[in-house]
Write a protein that binds this ligand. Sequence first.
Ligand code: XMP
Length: 509
Amino acid sequence: MIAVINFGGQYCHLIARKIREQGVKAEIFPHTISASKLKKSFPEGVVLSGGPASVNAENTPKMDLKILDLEIPVLGICYGMQLIAQGLNGTVGKGKSKEYGKNIISVKGNDPLFKGLKKEQVWLSHFDTVKKLPKDFSVSSSTKTCKICSMYSLKKKMFGLQFHPEVHHTPKGKKILENFLKICKAKKNWKIPSLIKSIQKQIKQTIGKEKIIMGVSGGVDSLVASALIHKTIPNQLFCVFINNGLMRKNETKYIQSLYKKMGFKHFFVVDAAEEFVFALEGVSDPEEKRKIIGHTFIHVFEEKAAKLEEKFGKISFLGQGTIYPDRIESAEPSAEASKIKSHHNLTLPEQMNLNLIEPLRDFYKDEIRKIGLSLKIKKEFLFRHPFPGPGLAVRILGEVSAEKLSILREVDSIFIEELKKNKFYDKTWQAFAVIFPVKAVGVKGDERSYSFIVALRAVNSVDGMTADWTRIPELLLEKISSRILNEVPEVGRILYDISQKPPATIEFE
Ligand code: XMP
C-alpha cells in the first residue's frame, strides 16, 4: 500500500487514482497523521501531495517530520518536495517567475525515478522552488528557469518533483510513478476481480443470516453496491426505489426493468411523487428544496422499511453506495468550498438503528464502473451522466410544480435523445435542461404569446470540480431547438449555456 498524504486541493485523489491504475493500493491520509500512526498501516511507500500553500508561510499544512525517518521511500510532489527540502535543512524560496503550465525538463544524474527518460514535457504550477538541496540530495532534472526541478537521494530513498506527474499534461508521469512503485517494491494486488471476492467475503461475514435494506436511487453507485450484495446474499437483500416525482422521463420504469433483468428477488418501488411535490409547494430556495427532499426521503423510506419488517421480519443492516471520495473529508479543498451546495443524497435514517454497510467505500468512480462491468451490468447504464439526488427540483428554478416537471421531462428527453443519436452523449460529461421561473414573449399565429424559457446545458469535465461548456455543432443545436419548440408547445424560447465552472456551477441551483 502506498500512503498519499494530503496537503490540500484535489491533487491527492488524482495521485491515488493514478497509483491504483497500476494495480497498487493507495490510501489517503490527512497531513496531521503522526509517523507512528502511519507506520501501523504498513505503507510500502509514502507520497507527499502537492497543495496550494507556500511552506514559508504561516499556518500552512505541516507534516510530522519523523515520517522522513521511517526508512520508507518517500516521493514529494511540488509542495511535498518543498516540505522534504525544508524539513531536512535545505531551503525553499520564491522562483524567478511564477511557472505555470507546460515546460520541458532535462534529466541528469542517475535518479531511478527517471529511468528511461531524458527530455520530457512536464506540467508545473508553482511559485516557490528549492534553492538549496538538503544533505545527500542531488539534482535530477532542470528546466531553463528552474535549476532544481527535481531532486533525489539514493541513500535516503527520497525523491522530490517540482512538477506534477499525476496530471495528463505530464505525458511520462505514469512512467515516473511506475518507477517509484518499483523502488517501493509495492505489491500489485489492487485488482478488481480479487477485490470483488474479498468484498463478498466481508459482506457474508458481516451480515451472516440477517437481512439488509437499501435505498437505491438509480445512480451508478447504489446500483453497483446493491448488485454486489445481491450477488453475495440474494435472498437477504431488500431494495427500495422511491419515485420522488423529480425523476427524468420514464426513469422509474427503466430502473424497475433493470433490477428485474438482473434477477433481484426483493425489489420494491414506492411511488411517493405526490408527497414530494406537495412538500415542495411554495418553496423557491434551492437549499430549502434540498432539505425538504432529504427529510421526505427519510420519512418515506422509514415507512416502507417498517412495512417490510412486518412482512419479512427484522432488518438489521442498511446498505449504502458511499464511495471513497465521499468519505475522505480531509481531501475536500476547503470547508468553505464544500458549503457551496449541500448535497442531500441518501442519508442514514438515524432513528432506524441499523448497522451500516458500504461495500464501495474504498473505491473511486472509475473503479466502481469496472466492478459494475465485471458484474455484467450494462455499459450503457454504468456510463450514464451523473444526475443530482434532488433531481429536477434543482433544475426548475424557483417553485416546483407538476406542470413544470412535466414540461422539463419532455425537453430533457428530446435533448438527451438527440445527443445520443448524434454521438454526442458519450463525449459529454453531463447534459440536461433547466426551466426558468419567468416567461418570455413570442408570436403564435397572429397573437402575442407568453411561454416558458428553457436553458440547455452540456459540459465537459473530469470530476465535476471544473467544467467547460460542450461545443455542440450549430446544426445539432438547431435541430434540438426546433424539435423542442414543435413538440413542447409550452416552451417558447431556448437558450444554450456557455458558462464555465468556475465561476458558474454545473447545475443552476
Ligand atoms: P455543481 O452544480 O455543484 O455540480 O457544479 C457538480 C456535480 O454535482 C451534481 N450535483 C448534485 N448531486 N445532489 C447530488 O447528488 C445535489 O444536491 C447536487 N447538486 C449538484 C451535479 O449534477 C454535478 O454532477
